[in-house]
Design a protein around this ligand. Structure first.
Ligand code: PLP
Length: 429
């Protein structure tokens, strides 16, 4: 098995077919622990590779700027309808090419340049589009950042949770027009009710960026922010397990502005092949089996966090409520940086990403932390026992990181484990 069945349709391009074959092998013979990744179903992949990639469809169903969109309109309407139904929302926009585009479109729809936005600090789990100096968002809007509480030594109250006193104090001081809840590196359940209360106290709009946890919400494993937030943005490719892309849900009163901000405000023609794949993923996420999957993601992450702390790592915030675990590597080995850990684990066949921890003394390029997630390998069928094994393989590789034989041995064990949990085994012989 050297490539996916879809690759067989590529003619006269041995270079790309060869590279796809190598990537197929990489994804299926090494562990995918990047918290923002997943294995889509073959149905999602096939829709992404469908004939719809040929079609131009600027505009929205019933209001296109090009002819020939009768069927495309039905497809986009089906995607929007399925998405509204999945989250109980008034209105859905399924055109954002990515989560970042979705966020910027919301700012453009609801704010004027220079308006203030209150969001989570980047070095404590916020996203680039939440006001990073490197992101154009910080040049157009005025970002103020809230943080997490300080770490404590009390296991019952470990700290590193969103500091709602800080959120409220900053909201009262700066009177933001928009408050953002949601994160890219944060392991705790985010309560939409408290954010709504604070937004109401200061007359702000509330956006919930559920990029990471959208699947957990769809599966019923996390609280649904839709009843509380004015707007909910997310990516379709993380825990939601769809094609790469973004989407926006909003209250009816914001629908027109949001649609105008996505097109023509931000983007040109929508990717209707990806929208068809989003529709497929939304249908999959509405099945009862998806809730079983997302509950298993969380159970696996909890077991993984416990096994990693048994190996001597400190887990930021004392554990996890979602699909990710953030490790403070300093307790395991004061010399070990996130950068080196990521590189060593790559050699050992374990794919992760370095990540800053709250109040990290090291730079974002080096870091003292590592982020891991369970969504992809849970799709592949792994449960708590496998994640305990992975924790032990990670510790072995990192302890023996100067010894090539140790790393090669871990890589072999990883490949043997992955061979038993191939997410596409049912479809490819
Ligand atoms: C991943 C992520 C995004 C952006 O998604 P892209 O599709 O990579 O643009 C936005 N917000 C949060 C919180 C994220 O985690």
């Amino acid at each position: 098995m050297t490539s996916s069945p879809i690759d067989a349709f590529i003619e006269n391009d041995d270079e790309i077919v060869g590279l796809l074959g190598r990537e197929w092998h990489r994804q299926l013979s090494t562990l995918q622990l990047i918290a923002s990744e997943n294995f889509t179903s073959p149905s999602v992949m096939a829709a992404t590779g469908s004939i719809l990639t040929n079609k131009y469809a600027e505009g929205y169903p019933g209001r296109r700027y090009y002819g020939g969109n009768l069927i495309v309109d039905e497809i986009e309407d089906l995607a929007r309808h399925r998405l509204c139904h999945l989250f109980g929302a008034d209105h859905a926009n399924v055109q954002p090419h990515s989560g970042a585009n979705a966020n910027v479109a919301v700012y453009q729809a609801l704010l004027e340049p220079g308006d203030t936005i209150l969001a989570l600090r980047l070095d404590q789990g916020g996203h680039l589009t939440h006001g990073s100096p490197a992101s154009m968002t910080s040049k157009i809007w005025n970002f103020v950042s809230y943080g997490v509480t300080e770490r404590t030594d009390d296991p019952a109250n470990p700290g590193e949770h969103i500091d709602f006193d800080n959120v409220r104090a900053l909201a009262l001081e700066h009177r933001p027009k928009l408050i953002i809840a949601g994160a890219t590196a944060y392991t705790r359940r985010i309560d939409p009710v408290i954010f709504r209360e604070i937004a109401d106290e200061v007359g702000a709009l509330l956006m919930f960026d559920s990029a990471h946890v959208a699947g957990l919400i769809a599966g019923g494993s996390h609280p649904n922010p839709v009843p509380y937030a004015d707007v909910v943005t997310f990516t379709t490719h993380k825990t939601l397990r769809g094609p790469r892309g973004g989407a926006i849900l909003c209250r009816e009163e914001h629908a027109k502005k949001i649609d105008m901000a996505v097109f023509p405000g931000q983007q040109g023609g929508p990717l209707e092949h990806v929208i068809a794949a989003k529709a497929v993923a939304f249908k999959e996420a509405a099945q009862p089996s998806f809730g079983v999957y997302t509950n298993q993601i969380v159970a696996n992450a909890r077991a993984f966090a416990a096994a990693l702390s048994d190996q001597g790592f400190r887990t930021v915030s004392g554990g996890t409520d979602n699909h990710m675990v953030i490790l403070d590597l300093r307790d395991f080995d004061a010399e070990l940086t996130g950068k080196v850990a990521q590189e060593v684990l790559d050699i050992a066949g374990i794919t992760t990403n370095r990540n800053q921890i709250p109040y990290d003394p090291r730079s974002p390029f080096i870091t003292s932390g590592l982020r891991v997630g369970t969504a992809a390998q849970t799709t592949a069928g792994m449960t708590e026992g496998e994640f305990a094994t992975i924790a032990s393989l990670m510790a072995t590789a990192l302890r023996g990181r100067v010894d090539e034989a140790v790393l090669a041995g871990v890589r072999e064990d990883v490949a043997a484990l992955c061979a038993n949990f191939n997410p596409y085994a049912r479809f490819v012989k």
